[in-house]
Design a protein around this ligand. Sequence first.
Ligand code: NAD
Ligand code: IPM
Ligand code: MN
Length: 344
Amino acid sequence: MNSYQVAVIPGDGIGVDVTRAAWQVLEHSAAKFDFSLGGEWFPWSCEYYLEHGEMMPQDGIAMLKRFDAVLLGAVGWPDKVPDNVSLHGLLLPIRKQFDLFANVRPHRLLAGVEGPLRKGDFDILCIRENTEGEYSGAGGRIHQGTPDEVAVETSIFTRRGVERILRYGFEMARQRSGRLASVTKSNAQKYTMVMWDEVTEEIAREYPDVTVNRYHIDAIAARMVMNPETLDVIVASNLFGDILTDLGAAIQGGLGYAASANLNPQPGVPSMFEPVHGSAPDIAGQGIANPIAAIWSAALMLEHLGERDAAAAILRAVETVTAQAGNGGGLKTEQITAAVIAAI
Ligand code: NAD
Ligand code: IPM
Ligand code: MN
């Protein structure tokens, strides 16, 4: 029997509720599909920070390294801990230190769910660079708090980083419709984004079967709303991908539906699976968070671990539920979770 060890980090706010939901679905799937799943829970969060002065222990990354995967809820509670402290103390180091360079975010209108667009179908795969670019963390502030203050934050794009994320995108495009959209802003940003465009052209020669279109970030944002059917696989830098995937989530019916996988295809480090959404302080503690994004992320984890049948069954079950419940208005987190488990 295959056996997997998962590090579970529920984090803050609704992260806790939706991770519990995802874990219940995982446990049920393991029993049904005959694999074994062990979970170790880590309380790393803003609460933990208030108690310990750090978001995770100094050797936190080393502790996670021995797991087959990390399942994460959401990190951040701005009233307690500044976001730049909490995110740079937990989520972003996991992505960077395990070199989880491909943040893969599927956006699809599930059966029965209505999005804000009048169009009926919406199905794109957004691939976001996840380790560098605008999130490199290179910069500083001098003369802080004075009128002479200077703040610098430099985007760093490496050829290696750009090549590998684009190549990943081309591979995904090959597996889907054969269409790839590469996103930049090379009309205004003339170094990093021009290099990205050049690398796109270079790699395109290795994939003559893939049709590539280049878009500027502003234009593709509009296109996602006006003509989403013309898009399939989208590859974007860290920040552009971040923004496009909240847009994608909105179009698929809301943040509660958007799943993500933070992948390093090399063996030896755990990949991380988490919903696109955050801790949602505005609805936390009410038991009304939509758990589908987290459940779908758990399915992505099983797919990554090789449990394809279980992953497919979870997604089928989710769609069985959404087909009946639509946007789930009025349903509690627990009710949706129980319905998904019943459908499996
Ligand atoms: P958010 O995603 O938490 O919430 C945005 C809006 O979407 C809110 O109105 C919220 O109620 C709604 N929403 C989100 N998830 C939902 C769900 N599952 N079901 C129903 N409604 C849902 O974004 P925010 O408010 O900008 O951020 C809150 C905190 O989370 C901040 O600290 C932020 O930095 C952090 N954050 C963390 C992650 C992460 O850990 N991956 C992602 C985004 C934001
Ligand atoms: C996401 C989140 C994070 C990001 C934040 C919380 C740092 O918005 O996963 O989309 O920007 O990557
Ligand atoms: Mn985001």
